[in-house]
Design a protein around this ligand. Structure first.
Ligand SMILES: *Cc1c(COP(=O)(O)O)cnc(C)c1O
Length: 396
C-alpha cells in the first residue's frame, strides 16, 4: 500500500476527498489542477528552498539527547523544529502556501489559528511577501493566547474573532471557510494542517516533508544509516507528524508512533483523542475520523494544549490508524506536563506543550538499548509559559 500520497480524488484509503459547498468549486478545482505543477517547478523550488535555508534557518539540527537516552535506555534524537523562525514547524507550510498563492494571482490571504502559531507563521509569510493577511481566531483563544495575537497584529495581520460555537479552533475554521466562499476570486486560504478538502492534506504534507528529508540525511551522516527504528510525533491535525513520517511512510521497518491529546483522559468527556473517540464523518471538507455524536454533531474537544485541541484528524493519519501502519497513544494533560518539565530539566530545552505529548510516549513504550528513536520537537515552549508556571505553583 502507498501511504504517502492520496489518489487522484484525494483519498488515502477510505479517508479524504473534497466535500465543499458549490461556491468553492472553482477555487478548489483550480488548486487541484495546478498545485503539483507549480510546487514541483524548479523556479518555485529555488525560491522556497532559499527561504527555508536563509529565512527559516533550515536545516534544523537532529540533536542526540544524551541525558534522555541514558534515562530511557535507547538512542533518542530530537528533530529541532522548535529552532525554526517563529518557533515551530508551521512556517514551512505557511511560506510554501504563500508562495503558491502569489503564483495563483491571489493577494489576499486568510487563515485560521488555535494557539496562534499558524496565525503568526502566516502573518510572517505575508509580511515577507507583501500579501494582505486576515486571521480568524476563536474569541476564547484570543484571550488565552495574547502574546501571539500581539505578534500577528505587529506583523500587519487583521485578527478577526470567531464568536460562534465554543469560540475556539473549529469555529475559526468555519469562519475562514465562510470568508473564502464570499471572496473566491481574490483570496487563498492557507490551511494550517493536513486537513481540509483535497488537495490541502497532500499540499501541506509535501511542504512539511522537508522534516523527514533532513532526518534521513542527518541519520546517514551520524549513524551511517537513514532509517531509525522509531519515529514519534504529536498529532493535532497531523502536519508535523506527516512531515516527520513522509519519506519513511512506505518503509515498514520504520515504526511510526503518533501521540494524540488525551486531555483529562480519553474516557473523561474532556479529550481530543480522535482515533480513540472518533467515527467516520465529514469535517471541514474531508472525510475522516471525527469526534461526533450519533447524529453527527461535532463534540467539543479538550486538551491543555491549544494546538492539539481539534475534534478531527487528517485523512493520511486516519488511514495510518485504520491500516495499523502507525501506533497511536493518547497522552493526558498531566503526562505531557511531566514530560515537558523532564526535558527542560535534563536537556535544558523548554518544549511546546504539543511537542511534550510526543515526549511523553517515552514513559509508555518499552525500547531496546540499541533502538534509534527520533522524536519531532515540533515547537518551543515560550507560548506555554503561563501554563507551565501555573503547574509549578500547583505542585508546590
Ligand atoms: C500547531 C502545532 C501542533 C499541532 O499541529 P499538527 O498539524 O498536528 O502538527 C503541534 N506542535 C506545535 C508546536 C504546533 O504549533
Amino acid at each position: 500500500m502507498n501511504y504517502q500520497n492520496p489518489d487522484k480524488n484525494g483519498y488515502y484509503g477510505d479517508f479524504g476527498g473534497a466535500f465543499i459547498p458549490e461556491m468553492l468549486y472553482p477555487n478548489v478545482a483550480e488548486l487541484q489542477e495546478k498545485y503539483l505543477q507549480i510546487i514541483e517547478s524548479a523556479e518555485f523550488q529555488n525560491e522556497f528552498q532559499d527561504l527555508l535555508k536563509n529565512y527559516v534557518g533550515r536545516e534544523t539540527p537532529l540533536y542526540f539527547a544524551k541525558n534522555l537516552s541514558e534515562k530511557y535506555g535507547a538512542n533518542i534524537y530530537l528533530k529541532r523544529e522548535d529552532l525554526n523562525h517563529t518557533g515551530a514547524h508551521k512556517i514551512n507550510n505557511a511560506l510554501g502556501q504563500a508562495l503558491l498563492a502569489k503564483r495563483l494571482g491571489k493577494h489576499r490571504i486568510i487563515a485560521e489559528t488555535g494557539a496562534g502559531q499558524h496565525g503568526v507563521a502566516t502573518a510572517t509569510a505575508c509580511a515577507l511577501l507583501g500579501l494582505e493577511c486576515i486571521v480568524y481566531m476563536g474569541e476564547i483563544d484570543i484571550q488565552r493566547q495574547a502574546p501571539n495575537v500581539a505578534r500577528m497584529k505587529m506583523l500587519g495581520a487583521k485578527v478577526v474573532p470567531a464568536k460562534s460555537g465554543s469560540k475556539t479552533l473549529k469555529d475559526a475554521v468555519n469562519e475562514a471557510l465562510r470568508d473564502w466562499i464570499n471572496n473566491p476570486e481574490t483570496t487563498h486560504y492557507i490551511i494550517g494542517s493536513v486537513v481540509g478538502p483535497h488537495p490541502f492534506p497532500d499540499l501541506v504534507a509535501r511542504f512539511q516533508s522537508v522534516i523527514s528529508k533532513e532526518i534521513k540525511a542527518q541519520l546517514q551522516r551520524k549513524i551511517g544509516r537513514e532509517n531509525p527504528d522509531y519515529l514519534i510525533a504529536c498529532v493535532g491535525g497531523g502536519s508535523n507528524a506527516a512531515g516527520t513520517f513522509y519519506h519513511y511512510i512506505n518503509e515498514p521497518e520504520v515504526k511510526l508512533i503518533a501521540a494524540e491529546a488525551g486531555g483529562l483522559g480519553k474516557d473523561s468527556g474532556e479529550s481530543a483523542a480522535t482515533t480513540f473517540l472518533g467515527t467516520l464523518g465529514i469535517l471541514h471538507g474531508s472525510q475522516s475520523l471525527v469526534m461526533q455524536t450519533e447524529d453527527g454533531q461535532v463534540v467539543e474537544p479538550y486538551s491543555i494544549s491549544a494546538g492539539l485541541d481539534y475534534p478531527g484528524i487528517g485523512p493520511m493519519h486516519a488511514n495510518l490508524h485504520h491500516q495499523n501502519r502507525a501506533e497511536f497513544f493518547s497522552i493526558n494533560d498531566d503526562e505531557a506536563l511531566r514530560a515537558a518539565f523532564e526535558l527542560t530539566k535534563v536537556e535544558g530545552i523548554i518544549p511546546a506543550l504539543e511537542s511534550a505529548h510526543a515526549l511523553a510516549v517515552l514513559e509508555k513504550k518499552k525500547f531496546e538499548k540499541d533502538d534509534v528513536v527520533v522524536i519531532c520537537l515540533s515547537g518551543r515552549g515560550d507560548k506555554d509559559m503561563d501554563t507551565y508556571l501555573k503547574f509549578l505553583s500547583d505542585v508546590r
